[in-house]
Design a protein around this ligand. Structure first.
Ligand SMILES: NC(=O)c1ccc[n+]([C@@H]2O[C@H](COP(=O)([O-])OP(=O)(O)OC[C@H]3O[C@@H](n4cnc5c(N)ncnc54)[C@H](OP(=O)(O)O)[C@@H]3O)[C@@H](O)[C@H]2O)c1
Length: 260
């Protein structure tokens, strides 16, 4: 399917690895010029080369910066002041008992997973509305809908983002600007493998045993592949998806158990 976005431009935050990278890849192969981002310059450069190999005709810029900082966000907007597409992504707070989450940690988590994406939305949304096209996709988490003990801060900050942007989405829907969230369950990325590794150390099991147990808890009986995530993101950024806005798209292989 031609997504109708060839020649558009996209800022994809935190996109040198994992789900962000998968979104960048899928947008790139659909002809979108992309701004990649990550803190590790070498990894970022490798990703740029990898994507350039499969999408040689697009423009790719790699901006090494911490998206959680004011300076980092300014650099991204300087590299692409008028993006047609914004994919909000960032690292997430680590697993911790909520009793260990002090005031400073709460502010840091809210900064990462709520304030940062809102600031970027504020930076791009009026231009999108004036130009009559905009697609904003936020990578949140299944934990917005389903508690994950130990990720309470991540869940709370992302739920705050979801609620904040649900009204904003309606305010620009008539300008062909959409805002949607994709909620990953368990996708096979470095972050997921780090979680498997930590659990294996705590329980004194092998990583394979832990990973198999996690995968078997999912009705699909497997982890999601990052490209499945990227393709969904690209579709939400398409011309055809203009009537989908303010939605929370669960990509979890059936993990969240509900009828509605
Ligand atoms: N994978 C899953 O199953 C899953 C499930 C639920 C929620 N999520 C959420 O989805 C998001 C992406 O997860 P993932 O699995 O793709 O993680 P990942 O494999 O660890 O990749 C994270 C990416 O973000 C970049 N990054 C992290 N912090 C950054 C910062 N401050 N500024 C700029 N770039 C930054 C990393 O590059 P550098 O480290 O070089 O900066 C890397 O490119 C996270 O917020 C995670 O909590 C993931």
């Amino acid at each position: 399917m031609d997504l109708g976005i060839k020649g558009k431009s996209a800022i994809i935050c935190a996109s040198s690895r994992g789900l962000g990278k998968a979104c960048a890849y899928s947008l790139a192969i659909n002809g979108v010029n992309i701004i990649l981002n990550g803190r590790d310059e070498d990894v970022l450069e490798k990703t740029k080369v990898e994507i350039a190999t499969v999408a040689p005709d697009i423009k790719i810029s790699a901006i090494p910066c911490d998206v959680s900082t004011v300076e980092g966000r300014a650099k991204l907007l300087e590299a692409c002041p008028e993006p047609d597409i914004l994919v909000n992504n960032n690292g997430g707070p680590p697993f911790r008992d909520f009793r260990q989450v002090d005031r400073e940690a709460i502010i840091e988590g809210v900064e990462m997973n709520m304030i940062t994406p809102i600031e970027l939305v504020k930076g791009v949304i009026d231009g999108m509305a004036n130009r009559g096209f905009g697609r904003i996709v936020n990578i949140t988490s299944v934990s917005v809908k389903r508690p994950v003990v130990g990720l309470d801060l991540s869940s709370g900050a992302r739920a705050g983002l979801t609620a904040f942007l649900s009204g904003v989405a309606r305010s620009v829907a008539d300008k062909n600007v959409t805002i949607n969230n994709i909620l990953p369950g368990f996708f096979d990325t470095d972050r997921l493998r780090q979680g498997v590794n930590s659990t294996a150390k705590m329980t004194n099991e092998s990583e394979n045993v832990v990973a198999d147990r996690m995968a078997s808890s999912i009705p699909a009986k497997r982890f999601g592949a990052p490209n499945e995530f990227g393709e969904t993101c690209a579709f939400l950024c398409s011309d055809q998806a203009a009537y989908i806005t303010g939605q929370n798209i669960l990509l979890d292989g059936g993990l969240f158990d509900s009828s509605f």
